[in-house]
Structure formats: C-alpha cells, structure tokens
Design a protein around this ligand. Sequence first.
Ligand code: 5AD
Length: 427
Amino acid sequence: MSEPTYRVTTLGCRVNRADSLSLERDLAGRGYARAVPGTVPDIWIVNTCAVTAEGMRKSRKAVRRCAGSGARVIVTGCGVDMDSSQFTCQGVASVHPNAAKERLVEAVCGAGRAATLDVRWTPEDLVRVPVKVQDGCGRYCSYCVVPYLRPKPWSKSIREVLLEVDDLRELGAGEIILCGIDLGSYSDPETSAGLSALAGEVGERAGGIWVRLSSIELSDVDDELIGLIEERALRRHLHLPLQSGDAEVLARMGRKYTPAEYIERVSSIRAAVPEIAITSDIMVGFPGEDRVAFSGTRNLVEQLEFSRLHVFKYSRRPGTEAYDLGDTVSAAEKDYRASELRALAASTASRFHAGLVGRIIPVLVEGAMDSEPGMLFGRAESFAGAVFRGTPDLIGRVVELRVLASGPEGVRGDISGRQAGGDECVG
Ligand code: 5AD
C-alpha cells in the first residue's frame, strides 16, 4: 500500500508559513508524503490568518474549498484562536488553536502512527525558507489582534536554530529568512543572547546561503545588527513597519515613536549602509485619520524612499483597544488612500530600482518565467524582482546580474559573461 498523503494550505505571515513547514515535517515523520499537485490528499491542513477581516475571509474561503474535496480537513492558526466557530463547517474534521500546533499532527494521527526519528524531509521551496526563531507579541498596538492570538513569548535556542541552518545548507537552500511575530524581542532561552547574537551566528554558519531578517521594529535595530549588515552576514534590507506618518495617529495606534524619530533612525541606518533597501508597512483609515493626517503619511512615504511598501486598509478587530474608536473612515476613502499610497510607492520603488541600472548586483534565482520562455526570475538583496535570460540549472543559486532596465517591481538584466555563484557586489 502506498503511503498516505498530505497538503498544507497557508494564509498570512511568514511565521505562519514557518509553522506550516513544521507541520509538514511532523507529517513526514509519521510516514505521510506530500500529495502530488492536482490530487486530493488524505489529510489537508489549513493554517489560517486573522490579522484583518480580509485574512479571515480568505481563510474561510480556503477551508470551504478544501472541505469540499473529500480530504480529511484539519484547521489551525490564528483564525481558530480568533473564532473557531467560523471554521467548523461540514467537511472539517477538527480545529486546533495555535497553542496546539506543536502536537497537532500527533493528535490527528493518533498513536497508530508513531513518529520515526530519522526523516529526510525537504521543504517544497528551498530557494527561500522561513525559519521561525520567535513567537508571541506583548506590544499590544491598539489596532492589532495578534498579541491576543499569539500571546506566549517563545524563542528557539541559538543551538537549535544552527542545527536547522546546517540542515538547510546541506539540502541546498538559497536563502534563510529569520522570522518572528516580534522578532526584536528574541532571547535565547539557554543564554539570554539577543537577536544580533543569533543573527551573527546564523550568518557565520550559513556559508553561502543568504540570510535576511523578516519584519522588525525600528527601535530593535541596534548598532550590532547594522554591523552585521555592513559585513554582509545579513542581506542589505530591512523591513521596518511605519504604519502612519502622523504623530497623533501613531500615538493612538500605540506606536512608540514619532515621524521625526523614524526619519532620524532611518537616516542613520542609511548613513552606515548607504545601499540598504528599506521596506515598510503602512495602514490607512485608522479611526480619526483625517485628510491632514493622511497627507502627513503621504509626505513621509515620499520622503523616506521605500523600495517597497505594503499598504493595509484598517480593519476593526474585536477585542483590540482601537475597537472602541469605531471605524470612522469610509471604505471608499480607505480605497482611495490605499491606491494613492500604492501609486506613490511605485514611483519611489522605481527610483530605487533606476539607481541599480548599469551596476552588477547579486540575484538569487527563484524560477523560470511561465510568461516568457527562456527567462528566469529572482530577487536581489533589496527584494527587488529581477528578470533575465538563463537556464533552469541556475535556480536556487546566486548570479551576478548586469542591470539594464528598471521599473516599479524591479529590474531586468543580463548574466552572460559572468560566472554564476558569486555573491559579492562588484558594481
Ligand atoms: N488592520 C489593518 N492592518 C493591520 N495590520 C495589523 N493589524 C491590522 C488591522 N487591524 C497590518 C500592519 C502590520 C501588518 C503585518 O499588518 O500594517 O504591520
């Protein structure tokens, strides 16, 4: 008899994606194989998201689709912690909160399928692998429901993270993204060492693998971390959520900085690492965000020259402090503000990418373009997209790209005449 199969569908953030990889590993440890695309698996786990109402809606939709497939559907993730009743529809076998994820596979498979110790499991996508090093948030920004859904502070020891890095290096991973719900609060449970100590050790151990930090609060970026970026232990990119460019809105959001402080800190990071790419999250339509406050955000986004921006429309989350402030900005106005900011971000991104034209930059090759035969795509250190002609054997490797053209999403260029595999920027 052939082995039973699984699929895992993931919504939301990088941490959730890393959680899904752990679930996959656990399933593989009990003899399950990843289902061939297009086939119905025996077990289908849906790992949900609740950060916005839209996240919940997409999660429900994914669960409904899977529930109709005939697979044994198991639902977990933040959506379950938020409101499990939304997922207990026909065709769903069981729902499990985040806290039960670690033992979920054991609970679902029962004693009948014992875990084997030595499984050779490989993530489906080895080019860029999220490695969860921290969970839990105690910040309680007034709009955010995540601290209620993932309250427990947890950090993985440096020792264990390094073992995972060893595994990924041997498997041939291209890039590791260290991620956490509140990454800056990382603290090694064995030594109390912080994020920069972890990142330094991972950078050393990774060999040729790129290492990148996922979203981090600006106040947690210290000189040591900047030093690691300068010496290329970490990629030249930081994702620093801003949320708003208005001091009063930021205060009501429970954010602990002013626009002026954000500008100053970003300037000093750029002074230390001139080529660094800074990306960010912005939220529009927070209660009480009037036209003046929004234009403050607009001006700041223009001034900060982000190379990429994620724009969120405020979603009123039950249980949060801001819930009582109502939802004062209309849906149409949120749409307008979001599209304004996206257009602005496209022009600042275009300027950043135009600055790369004529240079030779390292690019991690992700895959072949379906839409353009013979062409590959990848990402630069800044996370800029890159398109170039090449053969699929380069997937997962770092190539040196001569940048010939640019746009809002990234660059196009040429890798011919250069040896693939280098990772130094010589431009
Ligand atoms: N509404 C809209 N966006 C939100 N985010 C967090 N909570 C909400 C909410 N209630 C966004 C923030 C954060 C990103 C991960 O999700 O911009 O940085």
